[in-house]
Design a protein around this ligand. Structure first.
Ligand code: HEM
Length: 456
């Protein structure tokens, strides 16, 4: 059965129903133009049309899920996999054998290999690097300086991920190259995913040349890092060692291509998402100075004035709530997709095999049915006495189920430490020329955020 073969309104009472078509489609393009023109508003309004709705994107029908409970059910169900045109274009650019696009037994094996590097008890081992990188920012940013938040956030995110997970003698120099390559690749990748113009991207325009150079350098850098580790004969306890020692289901070492693709598949989501979250946090600290002051007070109460350390994180509860509330209103990952592998059902709606389904953590996390004063920045809503009333799956910026982000504990530790370090040292002011508008790409972040850092 294909998605298109489902007749609207079939068996309305007996058995699962066919989801309604969302309103607002236009002939030929369907809902596509709205999704492209203003994706966040479009995804947010879908909840008014039903819990599961059908969208027409050109000739294709895609389903959208709009309630927290059903997004949880979708992410937890074995009836759906990662697949679809967006993922295929991602594989073309980043490689076909990485964990982010694998499914079934290969995905399970790959998750088993990488998981130890991300377990809760592995995170303190990254503490010294996270501390060093967070404090390095306070040495880089002089009082009164204008901080280009995009490049600075990207830089620290790449450095921490690369230094923690792929320890290397030369990582300082490599991290700078990785950073330059990844930021260019990310800028061009979203366009290639949503506007698949195929051969046009091969034409020798400056933007295409820059993108291709950056992509080639990213792959070259990963090869260099792997080759250097092999040549060193060293086996530090890190993700790269886990990948180099990994065995396939027959007990044989995994292939070179898989090692390469795995490093790329972990570094790319691991830098862009955190960088976007840091940009949003800086934006929030500038927009809500009272919360910056409160974070600063909390840090002082916990540290007594010494530099904030990794071990302090678990006592910085308000700081953590600022991070969580920022991720609620400004989630790095704003859209997720799945494909049904079998005829199935979701929330009483029939889902035919082959259906592509989308949902938006951005829309779910701003739903007034889940959150009082849903658009207000209110970190205290995460205090235990209040957060118990928030519906399950209404706040899952790292997703749930077998595709849940392996980097969740890593990210929360790093974001809390960076927020504490920066808010304890600076107040942030907006400056002329800063463009705070949201930039929609593979992740969400402010377009070009410029802030003045003023030492407290
Ligand atoms: C997957 C969010 C940081 C590595 C995911 C997914 C989400 C997510 C929502 C699930 C995608 C899906 O369900 O289809 C985030 C956010 C982060 C973050 C919001 C930080 C603010 C990281 C870091 C790493 C990482 C630091 C690694 C260094 C991955 C990988 C996957 C993934 C490898 C694919 C997992 C799989 O398919 O099994 N991330 N992530 N992420 N993330 Fe993260």
């Amino acid at each position: 059965m294909t998605v298109e073969s489902v007749k609207p309104g079939a068996s309305p009472t007996a058995g699962p129903r066919v989801p309604p078509v969302a309103g607002g489609g236009v002939p030929l393009l369907g809902h596509g133009w709205k999704l492209v023109r203003d994706p966040l508003a479009f995804m947010t309004r879908l909840r008014d049309h039903g819990d599961v709705v059908r969208l027409r994107l050109g000739p294709k029908t895609v389903y959208a899920v709009t309630t927290p409970a059903l997004t949880g059910a979708l992410a937890l169900s074995p009836d759906y996999i990662i697949a679809g045109p967006l993922w295929e274009s991602l594989e073309d650019l980043l490689g076909k054998e990485g964990v982010a696009t694998a499914n079934g037994p290969l995905h399970r094996r790959q998750r088993r290999t990488i998981q130890p590097a991300f377990r809760l008890d592995a995170i303190p081992g990254y503490g010294p690097i996270m501390e060093e990188e967070a404090h390095a920012l306070t040495e880089r940013w002089a009082s009164g300086q204008i901080v280009d938040c995009t490049s600075e956030s990207f830089r620290v995110a790449v450095r921490v991920a690369a230094r923690c997970l792929l320890r290397s003698r030369l990582m300082d120099e490599r991290a700078e190259r990785l950073c330059a390559a990844l930021s260019t690749v990310f800028r061009g990748m979203y366009r290639r995913m949503v506007v698949p113009l195929g051969p046009l991207y091969k034409l020798p325009f400056p933007a295409n040349r820059e993108f291709n150079r950056a992509l080639a350098d990213l792959h070259l850098l990963v090869d260099e890092i792997v080759a250097e580790r092999r040549a060193s004969g060293q086996k530090p306890d890190d993700l790269l060692t886990a990948l180099l020692e990994a065995k396939d289901d027959n007990g044989d070492p995994i292939g070179e291509q898989e090692i390469h693709d795995q490093v790329v598949a972990i570094l790319t989501p691991g830098s862009e998402t955190i960088a976007s979250a840091i940009m949003s946090l800086l934006q929030v600290l500038a927009a809500h100075p009272e919360h910056g002051d409160k974070v600063c007070d909390e840090v002082e109460a916990v540290t007594g004035g010494r530099p904030v350390a990794f071990q302090d994180i678990h006592r910085l509860s308000h700081t953590c709530n600022v991070v969580v509330e920022t991720m609620r209103l400004h989630p790095s990952v704003w859209i997720l997709t799945r494909r049904a592998v079998t005829d199935t059902e979701l929330g009483g709606y029939r889902i035919p095999a082959g259906t592509d389904i989308i949902y938006s953590p951005y829309a779910i996390q701003r739903d007034p049915k889940s959150y009082e004063r849903h658009l207000e920045f209110d970190p205290d809503r995460w205090r235990p006495e209040r957060s118990k009333d928030i519906p399950k799956y209404a706040m899952r910026p790292f997703s749930v189920g077998n595709r849940k982000c392996p980097g969740d504990h890593f990210s929360m530790a790093m974001l809390t430490l960076i927020t504490a370090t920066l808010a304890a040292r600076y107040r942030f002011e907006r400056v002329a020329g800063s463009d705070d508008a949201v930039r929609i790409g593979i992740t969400l972040h402010p377009n070009r955020l410029l802030l003045r850092s003023i030492t407290r």
